[in-house]
Design a protein around this ligand. Structure first.
Ligand code: TZP
Ligand code: MG
Length: 223
């Protein structure tokens, strides 16, 4: 008898909405206050990633963030809360691979929201590519204190290999990227650089973002 091949999990039949341009410098923040500080500098994208708080507070923050980002014309991705992102009209949703078990990808797609997917290593990258998301995050590149990581950092060599594997799908590097490491990350040709602590824990988050944006433009001139 023929062996029935298992279908790839969670496959959707067409790609997610494309990004209007490369993500660029991509701060990942956890408060509306930080969003307000950073929006005037017009980052390429920004992500609201809230991991604690009551449901009511989180919904309020998401609603405020979406309205503010629209006002500034900045592309906002909502981490985890894909239903609220759809309901309030965010630019996109960012999900980790665990979220794929419960998120309704067809609803995200049907609503026209962009989807960013996290990946940590080759298995997750392959799974992410199957879903044809709007971008794929590749992490973590360097050691980081911001999130507990079970695996070792990938480094820039593996980052470059992963970018090549992604073909036409935009990529975002994340994990331990700071002022010292920014240039070597840009030189891989990655389409965006996501950072938490290098921006949010800087003495002046807006000055840090300004400086990263300038470096990004300079590096971009060589690609
Ligand atoms: N995903 C992979 S590494 C990471 C996340 C959310 C944390 C990145 O934070 P930092 O401070 O830029 O290293
Ligand atoms: Mg998640």
């Amino acid at each position: 008898p023929r062996i029935q091949m298992e279908q790839p999990p969670l496959a959707v039949s067409s790609p997610f909405a494309v990004l209007s341009s490369e993500p660029g410098v991509y701060p990942v923040i956890d408060s509306v206050d930080m969003l307000q500080q950073l929006l005037p500098l017009k980052p390429g994208c920004i992500q609201l990633r809230i991991k604690t708080g009551s449901d009511g507070d989180i919904e309020l923050a998401i609603m405020e963030a979406i309205a503010l980002a629209k006002k500034y014309g900045v592309r906002l991705f909502i981490n985890d809360y894909w239903q609220l992102a759809i309901e309030h009209g965010a630019y996109g949703v960012h999900l980790g691979q665990q979220d794929l078990e419960t998120a309704d990808l067809s609803a995200i797609q049907a609503a026209g929201l962009r989807l960013g997917l996290s990946s940590h290593g080759p298995f997750e990258l392959a799974r992410a590519l199957q879903l044809q998301p709007s971008y794929i995050a590749l992490g973590h590149i360097f050691p980081t204190d911001t999130k507990q990581m079970p695996s070792k950092p990938q480094g820039v060599k593996r980052l470059a290999d992963s970018i090549a594997l992604c073909g036409g799908t935009p990529t975002v590097a994340i994990g331990g990227i700071d002022h010292h490491r920014f240039a070597q990350v840009c030189q891989t040709g990655v389409h965006g650089v996501a950072m938490v602590s290098a921006i949010t824990r800087a003495n002046s988050p807006s000055e840090a973002l300004h400086s990263f944006k300038q470096q990004w433009e300079q590096q971009r001139a060589y690609h």
